[in-house]
Every structure is written in C-alpha cells, then in structure tokens.
Ligand binder design. Sequence first.
Ligand code: ADP
Length: 625
Amino acid sequence: MKKQFKSESKRLLDLMINSIYTNKDIFLRELISNASDAIDKLYYRSLTDKKVKVDREKLEIRIDIDSSNKTLTITDNGCGMDEKELENNLGTIAKSGSLAFKENLDKKKDIDIIGQFGVGFYSAFMVSDKIEVTSKSIDSSDAYVWSSTGADGYSIEKTKYDKVGTKIVLYIKEDTDTECFDHYLDEDYIKGLVKKYSDYIRYPIKMELTKHELVDKEKNEYKDKKEIEVINTMIPLWKKNSKDVEDDEYDNFYMDKFNDYEKPLKVITSSVEGTTTYKSLMFIPGHAPYDYYTKDYEKGLSLYASGVLIMDKCADLLPDYFSFVKGIVDSEDLSLNISREILQKSNNLRVIAKSIESKIKKELEQMLKNDREKYESFFKTFGTQLKYGVYNNYGTDKDKLKDLIMFYSSSNKKNVTLKEYVEAMKKEQEAIYYVSGESINKLDKLPQVEQVKEKEYDILYLTDYVDEFALTALQEYEGHKFINVSKDELDLESDEEKEKTKKLNEENSDLLKDMKELLKEVSDIKFTSKLKSHPVCLSTKGDVSIEMQKVFEAMPNDIPIKAQTVLEINENHPIANKIKDLYKTDKETFEKYTKILYSSAKMIAGLNVDDPTEISNLICDVMSK
Ligand code: ADP
C-alpha cells in the first residue's frame, strides 16, 4: 500500500529530487553518518543489556557498487529499524538540520542553500530515482523494506533479511544533458568521497575494489581482481596532525557535527602534553546560533575520554565570555566511568579548561593582529559577549578581555581597540572620551560631541547596551580614565572661559532658579560655553548616564536608578539673550521657552517628552506670535 509523506517532508523531498544544487556528493556522508550512529546505538545497547551481544570487531559499514544494475548500496550492522521506526524516521523530517533548513527555506527561498545543511536521509534523492531501505531491528524478529521513488509516497512491506542492521539501495539516476550521475557508480570516485567526508568515522567502511593485477610480466598481461579494502583511517579528525587535514575536512566536520549551514569562521586545533594531555578541535561559528543571546543557549564542548564520548556539552570547559566556541576535547587523563559530579570536581578538567581558555584568547589576539577583517566580522557577531564578560562577575575577568574589545571611533570611522585609541591620543589628552546612544549617526550629531571634536580628541561611540557598563567596569585603560562626553563637567574650557561662564551663571541665578522651579525633573540648569553651534543639551552629573538609565528601565523589574540630569544652555547662542530678555519683559513666554528648550534637550538625548501635545501647542503658540 502506498503511503504519502507528511507535507513538510514532501516539500523537502521535492527540493531534493529537483535540486539544482551542485554539491550532491554530500548524500554519502549523510548515509554513512546515519549508519555510524546506528552502530553506536547498538554498541551502547550491548553495554547495558545482557541479552544483546555484539562483537565489536565485526561492526562495520559496507559500500557496494553494482554497475550493471546501477545501484549503490550502503549496509551497516547497527541497531536497525522495525516497521514503526521505518515509518516514523523515514516518513518525516527528523534531523534538526533539516528543520533548520525548512525554516530557512521559508525565509530565504534560496535553493542553493540545500547542500549546506545536514539534510539527512532525504539527500539521497538528489542522486537516486528510487531508494530501498531493508532493515531488521535488534528488537524485532521480522525484517521490513521501505521503498520510495520520491514524490508519490512510499511503501513498507515485510521481507526476508537475516541479520540485524540496515541496507540502503540507491538506484542511481540516469545522466541527463546537463548532469552526470554515473560517477556515483565509479569505485574511485566513491572512495574519494569517503576519504573526503567520512574518513574519521570510527567504524571501518569497507568496499570491494577492483585491482589490476599483473599476471604475466612478459606479455604485460593484467587481470582484474576484487579485493575488500577498508577505506577510512578511522582516526578522529582531532587526533590527526592538522597539517594532514584539508580545510574542507574541518569545515565539513563542523557543519555535520554542529548542524550549521555555514562554514566556521575559524578552526582552532591544539595538542597539549604536560600536566594534562589532551587534544582539542574547536570552531568559532560564522554566525550566532539563533538562540545564542537567550537563556536557552547551552554552552560547552564535547568531552571525550580516550576517544569515547563521555559528555556531549561540558559547560565547565568554557568560560561564559567564550561560550560561542564549539568543539571537542579528547583527553587520556580522564576516566571513562566517572560520574558527572566527580568529573566536574576533577582537577584535570580544571587544568584543561584553563588551557583551553588561554588557547582561545591567544587565537583571538592573533586574529586581531593578523586578520583584521576576520576579527571585525567575529566581533560583529560575538563582541557583545566579550563586553559582557568584561563587566560580568564584578569585572573579575576584565583584564583578560580588555584588549579584545573594540568600539567605534569618531575619528577613524571604524572600530578601534582601546590600545589603538590610547596610542593615537593627543599629547595633552588625558582621558578616553566616549558617548553612548542609539546609533552612530545620532551620536555624531549630539551637541556635546562638538567641543571634544574641536579639540581633535577621538570619541568612542557606544551603541551596544553593554558598552557603557563594560567601560564602567574597566574604569581606566593604561592609566587613562573613561569620561562620558555627556557629563556636565568635562573640564575642557580655559580658565578664562570658566571664569566668564561662572560669572554669567551667578548674574542670572534668579532666572535659573525660576527655570528650575518649572522643570522639577532636572538636577541643575546652567549656561555653558561647551556648546558651539547648538543651543541646548542635557548632560548628567554622577555615575549614572541617561543611556544607563534607559537600560535599567528596560529591565523586567524596572530598577529605579535615575540619571541626574543637567540642562545646559549655550551662552553664546542668540537663545541665551532671548530668554534673558523674556525673563525681564514677558514671564509667560519665558515659561513657554523654558519648557520648549527642555523638551528639545530631552529629545536630543533620546528621552520621551512627557506631554508632547503640550509642547507642540507651545511651539505653535510661539511661532504664531
Ligand atoms: P538524522 O540522522 O539527523 O536523525 P535522517 O533523516 O538522516 O536524520 O534520519 C532519520 C532517522 O532515521 C535517524 O534519526 C535514525 O533514527 C533513522 N535512521 C536513518 N538511517 C538509519 C540506519 N542506517 N540505521 C538505523 N536507523 C537509521
């Protein structure tokens, strides 16, 4: 009886069958990886279930080519599937990679993306007209055959198969004008694919290969002889010398193991011998996992003891600020049979974690030094996590991370490190200036920025919510304090200017007092010489900036920490004299001006105006006069 695929599977299947994606080769890797998983499952079962007996030496994957029937067969002696499992596993999309693929498909509608995902079993339809899966489960006395020609559904029938395991027969497609499938029946080609994608598989992948044997030297006569050969080295990728591994192999391994559709940005390998001995293979992803900045994300490296997986995600191996790193650690110094609790207390594990941390740090420093573009790309994706690491835990790790973080520089119009900032500082400049806000564009237009720029001091524009907290945790860099340009006292004026402004504020103390009466929110109001072309700005006193206040307000439990704001009016702007006049002649309009000025200062600072309607009406009143 023909059964129909579930609709989402059908869609994926359609794409596989009609795929125009060029890298069809990956199907073999997918089938071999499934076979290896199935053998793993059977082996683990044998460890816990006395009834299941397995001869470890006999576990294997076989590949057979039958060129006359145009079939390619992959056989394993793993756990097998019963009728229900065939139905459930091969009738629906199971693989997380396939699901991610499906989601992306809806979004991007990009067919080229296909081969980049771990699309699992269905990828075999890229090269086959028909697939037959014969399987016998370890838990069933009957064998079944699942068969499908793709789009029109599948059938499952009872069959005869005498050993536990799975045999997958692919009926390879005929060549077309534009595409060639014949090489999937070529021994050397298939052998090459296994070497390229599946060399590290832990079980032998055997194939019958044709050897030309010289039978008569004088007549130069050869005879074809069939010989079974193990094609893969079975050495896990991380145990190989990195010089002997192609970039491609690392990339494919990463994409396969960590279900990513994109190559890693960086591959980090290390082999350490000393107090503890371990090998590691780590990757920095090219993009943040979709749940990276949520609490659902689980950090950790896969931990192996002498080649056997003992923990899938060992969180203790990675500090939070490097939580984006994925990979594998394999050590001979760890015992196979220790519990998670004991493992977590293990001194060896702590030593490995420390060594891994410094390795990652060193690699990032190298990247920053030698491949700026790559580092920029990395920082764009994971920089927030590093900055978070600077201020987290009361700044405990700030010194480790301070040279890895970057901020946008107003002078260079690109990201700079703190070291670069300090090196480029003017002779007389003492502090490191920064300002934080929503966007580079908005920050560049802030009134407060003008004075600092006029001195030709560089300003760091902070646009990430953690930035200011990170700088607050750092406090200083190489003896240079961080100063927020939006602070009320920047102390950049000359003594004369200061004296003049002080006098002006004293002379107008009544006016300022009355203004303050109207604007209860602000801590202070004053005339200033720091503004150049702009009439007003809102600065702050104390340690809490307006941007920090915004972050606190956005937190779920609304932490009531407020910035102390100061309304500053440009003493050299015509508006200064105007309000002085109005104060003497027209108190009512003076009040309106005060409110309008304050609201514009708030607007510039990106704060909400409490009663926009009132302000709009006031502006129109004044305009109509
Ligand atoms: P994934 O391998 O990611 O789960 P697949 O679509 O490749 O996705 O396979 C679906 C499921 O079918 C597997 O999870 C596994 O349970 C089962 N399966 C596939 N191939 C085999 C096999 N050779 N032996 C046993 N089970 C298999």
